[in-house]
Design a protein around this ligand. Structure first.
Ligand code: ATP
Ligand code: MG
Length: 440
């Protein structure tokens, strides 16, 4: 992609109302544009990040055995009256009346709709288990929308739902989703902490939230110091260690018992990026979802729901990964993996070398943003750092006379001079291999 043909309205300053760094940087990098309180357009650069986050979440949901579908944003009030939540949900629900005076609403979540869908099709225990998900915009009329897309009113969520014959198998899928969430957040370059949670208006008897630790987080968390050793110190975490932490946490079903010894208890602020619930028959019972059991008795499926705040994630990732100069994208969600800074776009030799390097990189599947603008070099360097491109290649007539380009790692600032072919090899190895390691 040529930057001269790509709409990235970067800015030196952020408006004063942006008080946290991720909001400031998203505005300065031209990722989002505010339409009204808590409602944003995603400009091309932001949209690419959102799509990359979505693709990772989608791949892991598919791998965990969930089927993707798409439910509408607008729902009928009737199904919410059946569950009893139409009145209970309160002013966060955006209520709408259509031309026939029917009560509608803009969905804040989809438990009712998915239960009604299941009720239309499920007849026997043989139809279970059922695992469905969608990625769709939600609306919650938050009392205080703030921090940009971190707490929006309209926001994109991945919400998954499970139906099982009994509690035992419902708990099994809960565990599978738990493990898959840890993989998702690792692939997004995040160190996520799982904590036992309140079930809130969704209801239910078991629930965990996934947070990243950040001073600007809106939640107060208490956690075992084991997380300090494992997660915060940055030491490698193997699957066994994570299972052990989870096992300790899963014993917390009795809300009055805190199994963490006081001297091991730590306190931190967190940003909630995911939330999973096992709520049994909270929706299936009032909405009369029943199927024939193996012994001819009717059974009520046991349900769970599993959310990830997709549009909150780019902001959460920036809170966790930035410096003075701007955003530092983890390669897996970077809007482009490589940035090419062409110091003399009007110089023939330079243009040919850039075209050659770009073609070689793109052939390997890497996405490249080529800054071909005829502006001063300093402004190009500043923009590339601001928008956080992980690998930056600077090419100019002086280096090219010696056959060399400069490759910079955005995360640690390390630079090296390499020939064009060595640069291609280096970038392919680093971008693709690093990505695979993170993806394991
Ligand atoms: P919060 O406590 O942050 O208000 P919640 O507990 O009400 O969130 P859930 O119903 O658990 O939210 O929704 C699932 C996920 O959707 C959350 O973990 C969060 O990442 C995301 N989310 C919730 N509300 C918002 C919002 N207003 N803006 C952006 N993302 C949101
Ligand atoms: Mg929640």
């Amino acid at each position: 992609m040529r930057l001269s043909a790509f709409f990235v309205p970067t800015a030196k300053e952020a408006p004063a109302e942006a008080t946290i760094i991720s909001h400031q940087l998203m505005l300065r990098a031209g990722m989002i544009h505010q339409e009204s309180a808590g409602i944003y357009s995603w400009l091309p650069l932001g949209c690419r990040v959102l799509n990359k986050v979505t693709a990772i979440v989608r791949a892991e949901q598919d791998a965990a055995g969930f089927n993707e579908m798409l439910m509408p944003t607008i729902q009928s009030a009737d199904i919410w009256r059946e569950s009893g939540r139409y009145d209970a949900y309160g002013p966060e629900m955006l209520r709408i009346r259509d031309r026939h005076q029917r009560d509608m609403l803009y969905g804040p979540t989809n438990e009712e709709m998915i239960t009604a869908i299941a009720r239309s099709y499920l007849t026997s225990y043989r139809d279970l288990p059922l695992r469905l998900y969608h990625i769709q915009w939600k609306f919650r009329d938050e009392i205080r929308p703030r921090f940009g897309v971190m707490r929006g009113r309209e926001f994109l969520m991945k919400d998954a739902y499970s139906f099982d014959v009994d509690t035992q198998s419902a708990r099994l899928v809960y565990d599978q989703v738990f493990a898959s969430y840890l993989r998702i957040f690792a692939r997004l370059g995040l160190k996520a902490v799982a904590v036992r949670a309140d079930t809130g208006p969704i209801g239910g008897d078991m629930s965990h939230e996934f947070h990243i630790l950040a001073a600007t987080g809106e939640s107060l968390l208490y956690y075992d110091a084991a997380y300090d050793d494992l997660l915060l110190a940055g030491s490698p975490i193997d699957g066994e260690a994570l299972r052990a932490l989870y096992a300790a946490d899963a014993e917390l079903h009795d809300p009055t018992a805190c199994p963490v010894a006081p001297e091991r208890l730590r306190q931190a602020r967190g940003i909630e990026i995911g939330h999973i619930f096992h709520f049994g028959d909270k929706y299936s019972a009032p909405m009369k979802l029943q199927v024939q059991g193996a012994d001819d008795r009717l059974i009520t499926p046991q349900m769970g729901s599993y959310g990830i705040g997709i549009s909150r994630l780019p902001a959460a990732i920036i809170e966790a990964s930035h410096d003075q100069a701007g955003i530092i994208w983890p390669p897996s969600v970077a809007p482009f993996r490589v940035g090419l800074i062409d110091l003399k776009p009007n110089d023939r030799q330079c243009a040919d070398a850039v075209a050659d390097l770009k073609a070689k990189l793109e052939k390997t599947g890497l996405d490249v943003l080529h800054d071909d603008r005829d502006i001063r070099a300093g402004a190009k360097f500043a923009d590339m750092d601001l928008i956080g491109i992980p690998w930056q290649v600077t090419m100019g007539p002086r280096g090219l006379q010696k056959g060399l380009v400069e490759v910079k790692n955005r995360a640690n600032g390390e630079r090296q001079e390499l020939s064009i072919d060595a640069a291609v090899n280096f970038l392919v190895t680093h971008c693709l291999v690093t990505h695979c390691l993170v993806a394991v």
